[in-house]
Ligand binder design. Structure first.
Ligand SMILES: Cc1cc2nc3c(=O)[nH]c(=O)nc-3n(C[C@H](O)[C@H](O)[C@H](O)COP(=O)(O)OP(=O)(O)OC[C@H]3O[C@@H](n4cnc5c(N)ncnc54)[C@H](O)[C@@H]3O)c2cc1C
Ligand SMILES: NC(=O)c1ccc[n+]([C@@H]2O[C@H](COP(=O)([O-])OP(=O)(O)OC[C@H]3O[C@@H](n4cnc5c(N)ncnc54)[C@H](O)[C@@H]3O)[C@@H](O)[C@H]2O)c1
Ligand SMILES: O=C1O[C@H]([C@@H](O)CO)C(O)=C1O
Length: 497
């Protein structure tokens, strides 16, 4: 770039900044000024954006103006960065502001390969940076450098001003953005401090620092208590079996995975955990966590007065969308999170939200939803950035997909690997005996197949599930009920497509 161009750009940048700083302009003027500066707003035409690029590249990162800023350095951010690169739009234009100390990684690994015991080759970074979880490239810190993407580490955004299009980070940096992508994910729900929720030896798992801390506790532990019978609870308890620890899972409901599993399905998994030595306290409500004389957690005391000893406690009682400091962008009252449309646009022009934090229209089922699973983090990121960069008005049409894999470590008596697609509404039909396969079909009152769950399928069988759940065929319930095997049941579902 010539120095004349650089001067021109700097001049435009200061003009725009002055327009913003004057405070006289209404929001749209501010937004317009910055769009000219950095562009990329949803309304900008391709030609406007091309013009903006040279300006923004010249405005550069040094004067605190950023064309595109992603806040959050998690799963969605990693896939969004990849999409920017694929469109040739990353270099000198994209900045990621992260709370974490490392570039985006595949968070699911934290309660899977990461928790293998030391002798069973646990997963460690940089092994699982995005986008390896879906067969993509491993985007290490070097990858971000090579692609001209600025990443600010360990510097969370603490304040946001939509009028001036600025962010303030914890280190005091003021960043002006052209377009802002919020991908702050969720934070683990915590037990209150007054009942022992912050005692040494009490763990929550959201990021790699949490997982490191848990691994160091597991290495010294004999007896663990897992609070919560959801995803974290089931995955961590299975990992603890690999460390041969005395493990008790405590949860308030009467079966595990209450958000998804039927009681009958849950029973099969509970039996398998019990065969591995895991104990369950169902209907258990925590009154408090007590500390021993060393100040570390020593037991969980339940509301009924019973006491379960533990030297390590892992709490997996759900997650809360990290909307702060972006509440003013518009939070959905029902599902939480930042409300967006089918292109991940918030109520404020040039501001987008993706991944766990986004409350988006789940088109297939005609409702607003938040999805706290990695497939949506990946796909929402890709969809948002693609529509933003190409100005294509394409609505996100997501088919919910959840999975889990546990007991994967070498030497385990049996691996668990299930997938679920669709909506778990209506009556259920279960087929198979869990030796090793089992399938559950959710069917609504019109006999439409809404959701399908499969344990230990072949890759061919798993690949059939999204087709079935997407097309929601009308099925012959009597025929499905009389299926003699999982294979048979899947064939009945397939033939109704
Ligand atoms: C332990 C664990 C295991 C999981 N396993 C599975 C699984 O097996 N299958 C599955 O489908 N899903 C799984 N999930 C869910 C999946 O990981 C999430 O859906 C996914 O990570 C969401 O991506 P995201 O980018 O929206 O949020 P995240 O990946 O959580 O990233 C959010 C990022 O934003 C950062 N951040 C937050 N606030 C700020 C701020 N103010 N400023 C800067 N940065 C900020 C956070 O530190 C984090 O880096 C798991 C989740 C966890 C915690
Ligand atoms: N395989 C996966 O998709 C996967 C794996 C791990 C984590 N995650 C994600 O990580 C996040 C956190 O997972 P999670 O397992 O904590 O959430 P979850 O919602 O799956 O499970 C929470 C569980 O906590 C229990 N619970 C709720 N309130 C409680 C309380 N006050 N006291 C005791 N128990 C209580 C209930 O048994 C409930 O099932 C979620 O977003 C989840 O989707 C997903
Ligand atoms: O989606 C996933 O990504 C990681 C891992 O595959 C990355 O290597 C993991 O365990 C998943 O379930």
């Amino acid at each position: 770039m010539t120095s004349a161009l650089r001067r021109k750009a700097a001049q435009m940048a200061s003009t725009a900044a002055a327009a913003v700083a004057s405070g006289t302009g209404c929001y749209s003027q501010t937004s317009w000024a910055l769009r000219r500066l950095g562009g990329g707003g949803t309304l900008a035409s391709a030609a406007t954006r091309r013009r903006n690029f040279s300006v923004s590249a010249a405005a550069g990162f040094d004067n605190q103006n950023r064309e595109y800023v992603i806040v959050g350095g998690g799963n969605a951010a990693g896939y969004a960065a990849r999409t920017f690169v694929e469109h040739g739009m990353a270099e000198g234009r994209l900045c990621i502001v992260s709370k974490e100390a490392v570039p985006p990684y595949e968070r699911p690994a934290l309660t899977k390969g990461y928790l293998f015991p030391p002798e069973k080759k646990p997963a460690r970074l940089p092994g699982f940076h995005t986008c390896v979880g879906s067969g993509g490239q491993r985007q290490t810190a070097e990858w971000y450098k090579e692609n001209g993407i600025e990443v600010l580490y360990e510097d969370p955004v603490e304040a946001f001003d939509g009028k001036t299009q600025t962010l303030k980070t914890s280190s005091g940096k003021i960043l002006k953005y052209g377009s802002l992508i919020i991908s702050t994910g969720c934070a683990a729900a915590r037990l209150p401090e007054k009942i022992g929720g912050n005692l040494p030896g009490v763990h929550y798992i959201r990021d790699v620092a949490d997982a490191d801390s848990l691994v160091s506790s597991l290495g010294k532990s004999k007896k663990i208590v897992v609070i919560g019978g959801g995803y974290i609870g089931m995955e961590v308890a299975a990992a603890a079996c690999g460390w041969n620890l005395d493990t008790t899972i405590i949860f308030p409901e009467d079966h595990i995975m209450p958000r998804l599993f039927t009681p009958s399905l849950a029973k099969k998994y509970e039996e398998l955990y019990e065969q591995n030595g895991v104990k369950f306290v169902k209907g258990g409500l925590i009154s408090k966590l007590d500390a021993g004389s060393d100040g570390r957690v020593s037991s969980a005391i339940l509301k009924d007065g019973s006491v379960v000893e533990a030297d390590t406690v892992i709490v997996g009682i759900g997650a809360k969308p990290s909307v702060s400091p972006f509440e003013a962008v518009g939070v959905n009252n029902e599902v939480g999170g930042i409300e967006v449309d089918s292109m991940f646009r918030t109520s404020i022009p040039s501001i987008f939200a993706i991944g766990d934090v986004a409350a988006f229209p789940l088109k297939m089922y005609d409702r607003i939803a938040r999805v706290e699973h990695v497939d949506h983090a990946r796909k929402s990121a890709q969809h948002c950035i693609e529509t933003l960069l190409t100005s294509q008005a394409k609505a996100y049409d997501y088919l919910p997909y959840f999975y889990s894999r546990v007991f994967e470590y070498e030497g385990s008596s049996r691996k668990i690997w299930w997938q679920f697609y669709g909506d778990n509404v209506g009556e259920t039909i279960e087929v198979g005996n869990f030796d090793p396969k089992i399938a559950t079909f959710w069917i609504d009152s019109d006999s439409r197949l809404k959701g399908v769950f499969l344990e230990s399928g072949t890759s061919e069988e798993f690949s059939l599930l999204p087709q079935i759940a997407r097309s929601q065929p009308i099925v012959d319930k009597a025929k499905l009920k009389s299926a003699t095997s999982v294979e048979d049941a899947l064939e009945i579902a397939r033939s109704s497509l």
